[in-house]
Design a protein around this ligand. Structure first.
Ligand code: FCB
Length: 442
C-alpha cells in the first residue's frame, strides 16, 4: 500500500539530552572527563551549551511555533540525586516546570531517564561496571516517578546502551576511557538490568504509561559484498550491536554473547514501544589487526553524501531498519535521526528523504508512531564538542541566540501538513573510497 500522508496523531518533534543543552552540569562523569585536555575536540566544555536550563520556556515556544507537537529531552540524574539517596527538591521542581511548560505549548513530553551521564558518585563507585548501579538507577527512577510520574506518558529508560558500552569500554573515547571487551559486556548486562528494574518501577507507579529504551541501530553491510569475510564481520556487528539487546529484551533473559558476562533476567515484556535512533550505515571490512573491534574496519564508500562527521547519508537504512523491527511486534518511535551539517546543505534533503523512508515503512505496515529529529539547536556533541552541528537552528554560544536554518522550515512544513515536499536533491559529491579506523558507533 502506498501512503502519502502521515497520520494525524503522529508525534513530531526534536530531541535533546540534558548534558548537551542545559549548561551547568558539573556533577557528572562527563564534566570531569571534559576537564582532561585532549578528550574533547578544541577542549570544548559543556558549559554553557545552550543554557537551556534557563531558556527552556522560550525554546519550547519556538519549537511549538514550528508545528512540532512533541519533544524528547532527558533528566539529569546528577542534578536530581547529587549525593547517594539525597534528592534535590530544587532540581525536581525545575523539571516539573519543564514538563508543565511543554504541555502549556502543546508539546507531548518524551522523557529519557539516562542519557549517557552518570552522577560523579555513581562513576566513582564503578559506574555501570558495578552491578549495584542498576539498583541505584532504579531508586532514582522510583523517585522521579513519585514526583513527576503523572506529567508524562512516554518514558525512555536508557539511551543507547550499546553506544555507552562501546564508546566507554571498547573504543575508550568516552568516559571512563577503558578498552576492555569483558568490561563492555558487563556494562551491557548492568544496563539491561537497570532497564528491567526501571521498567518495573515505572509500571508500579503508572501501569498505563508507555516505556521504552532508545536503541541505536545501524545498518552494517559488507564493504566488499562478494567477500565472505566482510559479510561475516558485518553479520557479527549486526548480531552484537543490533540484535543482542533486542533479543535479550524480547526474551527477558540475556542473549549470547552477554550470557558469558553474567546472569540476569527480567520481565518478559519490558518495552511498550521500540525507541529507534537511526543515523547511518557502516560498511565494514575484515582486518585482522582490529581484534578488539570484532575485526571490523570501517570503509567509507565513494560517491555518496556524507555528513561533516563522515557518516553516510543512507535513508534506505531507516526503511530497512523499520522493516527489520516489524518482528518485535511493537509500536516504533524514531527517537533520533539527524545530520552534522554545519552549512545546512544536506539537511533539507536528509529530512525529506528520511521522511519518505518512513512513509514507505508505514505503507509496508510498520506501526510507526512518531519522529524526533536530532536536534533543535547546535549543542555539545560529546567528544566532538561544538564542532559537530546537528541543529535545525544554529546557536551562538555567546549571545545564546538561536538562528533557524532553512531545514527548520522544511521540517516545520512536514510537521504541519503530514506531507513530504518533493525537493531537488543535491548531487552526490565525488568522494574517494578511504579506509578509516574502527567503527565510531554513535
Ligand atoms: C546519538 C546520541 C545523541 C547525539 C547524537 C548525534 O548517538 O544519543 O546524544 O550525540 O548521537
Amino acid at each position: 500500500m502506498t501512503i502519502e500522508r502521515f497520520p494525524n496523531d503522529f508525534l513530531w518533534g526534536t530531541a535533546t539530552a540534558a548534558h548537551q543543552v542545559e549548561g551547568g552540569n558539573h556533577g557528572n562523569d562527563w564534566w570531569s572527563w571534559e576537564s582532561q585536555p585532549g578528550r574533547i575536540k578544541n577542549n570544548d566544555r559543556s558549559d554553557p551549551a545552550c543554557d537551556h536550563y534557563n531558556r527552556y520556556r522560550d525554546d519550547f515556544r519556538l519549537l511549538a511555533g514550528l508545528h512540532q507537537n512533541a519533544h524528547r529531552f532527558s533528566l539529569e540524574w546528577s542534578r536530581i540525586e547529587p549525593r547517594p539517596g539525597e534528592f534535590s527538591a530544587e532540581a525536581i521542581a525545575h523539571y516539573r516546570d519543564v514538563l508543565e511548560a511543554l504541555r502549556a505549548v502543546g508539546l507531548e513530553p518524551v522523557v529519557t531517564l539516562h542519557h549517557f551521564t552518570n552522577p560523579t558518585w555513581v562513576a566513582q563507585a564503578g559506574g555501570w561496571d558495578a552491578p549495584e548501579t542498576a539498583e541505584r538507577f532504579a531508586r532514582y527512577v522510583d523517585r522521579v516517578m513519585l514526583e513527576l510520574g503523572t506529567l508524562a506518558n512516554y518514558w525512555v529508560t536508557i539511551n543507547e546502551p550499546t553506544v555507552v558500552a562501546y564508546q566507554g569500554y571498547v573504543h575508550g573515547e568516552w568516559p571512563p576511557g577503558r578498552r576492555e571487551l569483558g568490561a563492555a559486556a558487563r556494562v551491557l548486562v548492568n544496563l539491561l538490568r537497570g532497564h528491567w528494574l526501571a521498567y518495573e518501577r515505572i509500571k508500579s507507579h503508572r501501569p498505563e504509561t508507555r516505556v521504552g529504551l532508545a536503541h541505536h541501530l545501524r545498518v552494517f553491510d559488507a564493504a566488499r559484498s562478494w567477500a565472505p569475510q566482510d559479510r561475516l564481520v558485518a553479520a557479527a556487528f549486526e548480531r552484537v550491536f543490533n540484535e543482542t539487546m533486542l533479543r535479550s529484551l524480547r526474551e527477558g533473559r540475556l542473549a549470547f554473547p552477554l550470557t558469558r558476562a553474567g546472569k540476569a533476567s527480567g520481565p518478559h515484556q519490558s518495552q511498550d514501544f521500540i525507541g529507534l535512533n537511526y543515523y547511518t550505515r557502516e560498511l565494514v571490512k575484515f582486518n585482522h589487526r582490529y581484534r578488539a573491534e570484532l575485526f571490523g574496519q570501517r570503509v567509507l564508500k565513494e560517491h555518496v553524501l556524507r555528513s561533516d562527521l563522515d557518516w553516510e547519508v543512507y535513508p534506505d537504512g531507516l526503511y530497512r531498519t523499520l522493516i527489520r523491527l516489524q518482528r518485535e511486534r511493537l509500536p516504533v518511535l524514531v527517537l533520533e535521526n539527524g545530520i552534522a551539517d554545519r552549512g545546512d546543505q544536506l539537511r533539507p534533503a536528509f529530512i525529506t528523504r528520511h521522511a519518505r523512508a518512513m512513509l514507505r515503512a508505514l505503507g509496508a505496515g510498520v506501526p510507526l508512531k512518531g519522529y524526533f529529529h536530532w536536534t533543535c539547536f547546535d549543542n555539545f556533541e560529546w567528544a566532538e564538542g561544538y564542532s559537530a552541528q546537528f541543529g535545525l537552528a544554529a546557536n551562538d554560544l555567546v549571545t545564546q541566540e538561536r538562528s533557524l536554518r532553512p531545514s527548520a522550515r522544511v521540517f516545520a512544513e512536514i510537521c504541519r501538513t503530514g506531507l513530504v515536499p518533493v525537493s531537488a536533491e543535491p548531487p552526490p559529491e565525488p568522494a574517494g573510497r578511504t579506509e578509516a579506523g574502527p567503527p565510531d558507533l554513535r
